[in-house]
Ligand binder design. Structure first.
Ligand code: NDP
Length: 507
């Protein structure tokens, strides 16, 4: 953002003297150049004015006749009207999934199911640009992330689980493990297509059929995926997509003919779902929030660590359940790390999500922007020091400048609550024991990072940090073969890898 020196921004601390000097030196050396705009064309995507529900292999309006709008969060432009499912539609979707499970998908040999999954994976690759552009428009995330992360990983999940479909006997769940039946799957808005892939691919590989409820603000890529299911000639009813708000998710979860519930989203809704299905015998996996510690020791390779910190919290505008939102840095290098981090943040580019140079896109919704704004104001009010690089925010749409809080104590709300935005809280520690105590001082337990050159210290930390995933000298790395999930208020159950199959088998 060094090149966008307008007012805007939310800096209340100003640039550090060292960063300021570095920038002046760059200008003097004639190196302070601007990127030319490099927008990806929207032409590859055709957004219909209206979308129906996807039930039994067909798109159809909701029985209620009601619709809601999905908007581009970068411009507030309405994109399309989306059918709002009612309980009658959910009944139809679950019934279609039940018939497909009993008559087609359940009895089908795994090797045959695999062919459909491979086909879906290949179509995702073939149509990857279309998906990347659509996801950026509907979600607000930068095209370089949808293009290089979301879409390739979604395809990789289908490829990976296609490989398991005919090998379930050898997956460690006993001979001929059986599918559970109909899976009700509710997903959030932060990785719309990827979360759909995380849910659908293992469920289908294991022989289940699905009713998927995408988030209200980001339904378009799930609906395009439904089109891909048609293109792949997936038998009708194997995948059904019902769109709408939280009440539609609640209806899917509570439906008596749903056998398995998989949810990713807030801890609050996760708890409501657990209550709703308690005593029903439905299988449940919950992937909820997080407040991860990213721990930097004084012997860490600092250049890489800075990149890891930036990737940890500013990737996807910080809308990441496993985001490294608490930076724990060893006191002896704290000033140096914060200083270098600020310099790095001044080079990030915020703006048009479809521009290939953009690092930080739009916040997904007005509601989420309000939440980030409120929690950041609480950080200042509680005495932490707030800093953002100079940065012009676009006039329309939902935007929040990357923000770093220093002088944060463990009792501050910004150190305890999930902000789910581009806001980093910096805390310090002196000894490894103190780092572990502070890292674990959270009700969550989804992920953590550790930066040090000592392998023994990585193992020592990984054994002690209560987190489902611990990254060492890297952050936010995902692979379909690697299980992902949390402890405590971050939920339970694992997605990805062999473990992810277990959640969809009657074991
Ligand atoms: P929610 O948990 O409300 O939404 C996740 C999904 O659940 C959406 O599809 C939502 O529908 C649906 N849903 C909402 N209420 C119910 C219900 N009672 N029963 C079944 N499904 C339901 O997250 P929000 O989008 O409201 O975000 C709020 C906060 O949650 C964020 O600020 C963030 O802190 C956290 N969050 C965490 C995520 C994670 O990956 N860990 C992902 C998203 C949010 P609809 O979209 O229509 O409301």
């Amino acid at each position: 953002m060094a090149d966008k020196t307008g007012s805007g921004g939310t800096s209340s601390g100003g640039e550090s003297p060292r960063a300021d000097t570095a920038r002046v030196a760059k200008v003097a050396a004639g190196l302070d150049w601007q990127y030319a705009p490099a927008p990806e064309s929207r032409d590859i995507v055709s957004i219909a004015p209206q979308y129906g529900l996807f039930i039994a292999g067909e798109f159809a309006p909701a029985a209620t006749g009601r619709t809601f709008a999905t908007v581009n969060p970068a411009t507030e432009e309405p994109l399309a009207k989306i059918a709002e499912a009612g309980s009658e539609d959910v009944d139809r979707a679950v019934a279609a999934a039940r018939v497909a499970h009993e008559q087609v998908w359940g009895p089908m040999p795994g090797a045959e199911r695999a062919k459909y999954l491979y086909r879906i994976a290949r179509i995702l690759q073939e149509r990857s640009r279309e998906f990347a552009v659509l996801e950026s428009i509907d979600n607000g995330k930068p095209i370089k992330e949808t293009r290089d992360v979301d879409i390739p990983l979604a395809a990789a999940h289908f490829f990976y689980y296609a490989g398991w479909a005919d090998k379930l006997d050898y997956a460690g769940f006993g001979q001929a493990p059986r599918p559970i039946g109909v899976a009700g799957q509710v997903i959030p808005w932060n990785f719309p297509l990827l979360m759909a892939a995380w849910k659908l691919a293992p469920a289908l590989a294991a022989g289940n059929t699905c009713v998927l409820k995408p988030a209200e603000t980001t339904p378009l890529s799930a609906l395009l995926l439904a089109e891909v299911c048609q293109q792949a000639e997936l038998p009708a009813g194997v995948v059904n997509v019902v769109t709408g708000a939280g009440d539609v998710g609640a209806a899917v979860v509570a439906h008596p003919d749903v056998n398995k519930v998989a949810f990713t989203g807030s801890t609050e809704v996760g708890i409501a779902i657990s209550r709703a299905i308690a005593g029903t015998g439905k299988k449940l996996t919950l992937e909820l929030g997080g407040k991860a510690a990213n721990v930097v020791f004084d012997d860490a390779p600092l250049d890489q660590a800075i990149e890891g910190i930036v990737n940890g919290i500013f990737f996807n505008q910080g809308h990441v359940c496993c985001a490294g939102s608490r930076l724990l840095v060893q006191e002896s290098v704290a000033d140096q790390v914060v200083d270098r981090l600020r310099q790095r943040l001044m080079t990030l580019r915020l703006g048009d999500p479809l521009d290939k140079n953009t690092d930080i896109g739009a916040i997904n919704s007005r509601q989420q922007l309000d939440k980030i704004t409120e929690l950041s104001a609480a950080g200042e009010a509680e005495g932490a020091h707030r800093w953002s690089p100079p940065c012009e925010l676009p006039e329309r749409g939902y935007w929040f400048a990357p923000t770093v809080f220093t002088g944060v104590s463990q009792s501050h709300r910004i150190a305890r609550e999930e902000i789910f935005g581009p806001v980093l809280s910096v805390l310090t520690f002196r000894t490894p024991e103190e780092a572990v105590t502070k890292a674990n001082n959270t009700p969550y337990g989804l992920s953590a990072g550790v930066w040090t050159e000592k392998g023994s210290r990585i193992l020592w930390m990984a054994q002690r940090m209560r987190a489902g995933v611990v990254w060492a000298n890297t952050y936010n790395r995902f692979d379909p073969a690697s299980p992902f999930g949390g402890y405590r208020e971050s939920g339970f159950g694992r997605e990805g890898g062999r473990h992810g199959l277990g959640a969809y088998l009657d074991v």
